[in-house]
Structure formats: structure tokens, C-alpha cells
Design a protein around this ligand. Structure first.
Ligand SMILES: NC(=O)c1ccc[n+]([C@@H]2O[C@H](COP(=O)([O-])OP(=O)(O)OC[C@H]3O[C@@H](n4cnc5c(N)ncnc54)[C@H](OP(=O)(O)O)[C@@H]3O)[C@@H](O)[C@H]2O)c1
Length: 295
């Protein structure tokens, strides 16, 4: 049985991978070892190497990251340590034990400007991060992609029944207030972390089916759920599905300033991942309904 070590397993994505393990979907095929900072601090290079040499996994999935986008601006050193240097620690341990590696990245590696043709961004589009979070994640991508057995999966607008996220905030505000304002000029795709976790498992199983010496599938991919929405659309749908009686007012980015510039365009193309792994990607509205039922 192949062993998968998951780091940062108490976060949204990590918990969804725990659910996949509990579901038994990969029973007999994969054995999971879940770790978070208490068991394995990925910023500690020696600890990472020692842990992986003892566990000898076939795969390492890094679900840990510094994800507080605004806080990262004033905590750049820590963001760099977690989003970049820790990835280098994991890659070098993966290489030492011959494991495949999965790194998760973000739409914030792009400059966030809306292209004139409103085209989904592909893996070959130029990057140009505008934030500490985006530039440290891009550096982490570089470390991962230098290893021939790495997958880097960029995603966006993640939510889950676990952790704190936009859906939970909307449902809470929807119970507390008669009206809220939400930005309606930033576009992307809400993505259920359970769907991302399922896609990552398909990638791992797909690579394993081809054998350890075949590295053709490895590299950079985009994954989000299907469809396009604004934060306003996302909020309206969450209120509707959650049965909240709260009016959502459309705001412009200028009316809702944040310490870090938010991307106006985060729509990612899924063509590459869909073709490589024969994925059926659900529409964001279907997945949101599933998440809210699971809450
Ligand atoms: N959330 C989004 O909207 C979004 C969008 C695009 C891409 N992504 C990417 O998707 C991935 C998963 O995101 P997520 O939302 O699931 O993240 P998350 O919920 O913030 O979980 C990250 C986990 O990593 C843990 N961690 C922090 N420092 C650590 C360390 N030194 N060693 C080991 N674990 C550590 C965190 O623990 P503490 O909570 O104790 O710090 C937390 O349990 C990340 O790579 C993120 O950059 C997220």
C-alpha cells in the first residue's frame, strides 16, 4: 500500500483529505499519515528530513501554508518561511526518499488584471504577483517545479465545512444583519476544498497508474470548480442556499478597500487538468449546495 504524508492537515484542504481517507474510497490503495504543526513543523528542515526518512512515504501532500493574505504584508518573513522555504524543505525530503510531491498554490501568483477578452488564465500565462502572499507562493512553486516528481496545483476561492472561510462568514452575517455589502467587480470561481482534495487524489492515482519512472504527468495545473462568479454572486447563493433572510448589496472594489489589492480576475482554465486526469469538475453552485448541506 502506498503511503501519503499530508502536512498542514488541520486546515480546510487537509481536513477534506481526512474525509476522503475516512470514506474508504482509497482503502487498500493508500495509507494516510496526517500531520500539522504539532507533529511536523514544515519550516524545520531537519525535522522534515528526519520525519520523512522514518515514514518513507510514496507521496507528500503539502496542505500547509501562510494563507492570511493581508497579514502577510506585515509578516513577510514568516510568509516566506512557510510558503517558500518550507516547500524547499519538503521537496528535498521528497527527493531523498523518492516520494512524489504535491504543492498547492494560488491565483494570487497572477497580477489579477482582467484580460480584455476575459479569458480563463492558463498555466502558461505570465505571473506577476502583487502581494507578499502571491510572491511567496510563486517562489514555493519554483522550488516544487524544480523536482521532476512534483505536482503544483493552483486553486482559488476555497471554502469548506472546516476552518474559517467566506461561506461561513456569509451565513453568520446573514443571521446577524438585515443587509450586507459584497464586492461585485472581482471575478473567480468558488471552489469546495472537498473537490480539490478529490482532484489531488485523482492526480496521485493517475501518476501511480503510470509507474514511478514515468514523470510525464507531473508539473503545473489549475484546479477550481466550474463556472464564473463574483463575490456578490457567491454571497447571494450562500444566503439563498442557507435560507438567510439578508439583502446582499453590490459594492465596487473602491467601496470596499482592503490592505492587499484583491485580484479583479481569478478565473482559471481547467482544460489541462481535465484532459490529463479525465476529471468531471462540478459547477460551483452544485458544490456550494453540497457543502451547505454538510455544514
Ligand atoms: N483559502 C483559500 O481561499 C485559498 C485560495 C487559493 C489557494 N489556497 C491554497 O490552498 C492551500 C490550502 O489552503 P487552506 O485554506 O486549506 O489552508 P488553511 O486552512 O489555512 O490550513 C493551513 C494549515 O497549515 C497549518 N500550518 C501553519 N504553519 C505550519 C507549519 N509550520 N507546519 C505545518 N503546518 C502548518 C495551519 O495551522 P494553523 O492554523 O495553526 O496556522 C493550518 O492547519 C494552501 O496552499 C493555500 O495557499 C487557498
Amino acid at each position: 500500500m502506498n503511503k501519503i504524508v499530508v502536512t498542514g492537515a488541520n486546515g480546510q484542504l487537509g481536513n477534506e483529505l481526512r474525509d476522503i481517507d475516512r470514506s474508504g474510497a482509497y482503502a487498500g490503495q493508500y495509507e494516510f499519515v496526517f500531520t500539522d504543526v504539532a507533529e511536523l513543523d514544515i519550516t524545520d528542515r531537519t525535522a522534515v528530513r528526519t520525519f520523512m526518512e522514518a515514514a518513507r512515504p510514496q507521496w507528500i501532500v503539502n496542505a500547509a501554508a501562510y494563507t492570511a493574505v493581508d497579514k502577510a504584508e506585515s509578516d513577510a518573513e514568516r510568509a516566506e518561511l512557510l510558503n517558500a522555504e518550507a516547500v524547499s524543505n519538503l521537496v528535498s525530503a521528497a527527493e531523498a526518499v523518492g516520494a512524489g510531491f504535491v504543492q498547492v498554490s494560488t491565483d494570487y501568483v497572477f497580477d489579477g488584471q482582467m484580460p480584455a477578452d476575459r479569458r480563463p488564465l492558463s498555466e502558461s500565462d505570465p505571473t506577476g504577483p502583487r502581494s507578499v502572499y502571491g510572491s511567496t507562493k510563486l517562489k514555493g512553486e519554483g522550488y516544487a517545479l524544480a523536482y521532476k516528481r512534483s505536482f503544483v496545483v493552483r486553486t482559488a476561492w476555497l471554502y469548506s465545512t472546516y476552518g474559517n472561510n467566506f461561506v461561513k462568514t456569509m451565513l453568520r452575517l446573514g443571521s446577524e444583519r438585515p443587509e450586507i455589502g459584497v464586492v461585485a467587480d472581482q471575478w473567480g470561481t468558488p471552489t469546495y476544498a472537498a473537490d480539490l482534495a478529490a482532484a489531488i487524489m485523482r492526480m496521485i492515482a493517475g501518476a501511480d497508474a503510470r509507474g514511478a519512472d514515468d514523470t510525464a504527468l507531473f508539473g503545473l495545473y489549475h484546479y477550481t470548480d466550474e463556472g464564473i462568479a463574483t463575490w456578490y454572486d457567491f454571497a447571494c447563493e450562500a444566503m439563498r442556499l442557507g435560507g438567510r433572510d439578508c439583502r446582499v448589496r453590490a459594492l465596487t472594489t473602491a467601496e470596499y478597500p482592503t490592505p492587499t489589492e484583491r485580484p479583479a480576475w481569478s478565473v482559471l482554465s481547467k482544460t489541462k487538468i481535465r484532459n490529463a486526469f479525465s476529471l468531471n469538475i462540478p459547477d460551483w453552485r452544485e458544490s456550494l449546495a453540497r457543502c451547505i448541506r454538510n455544514l
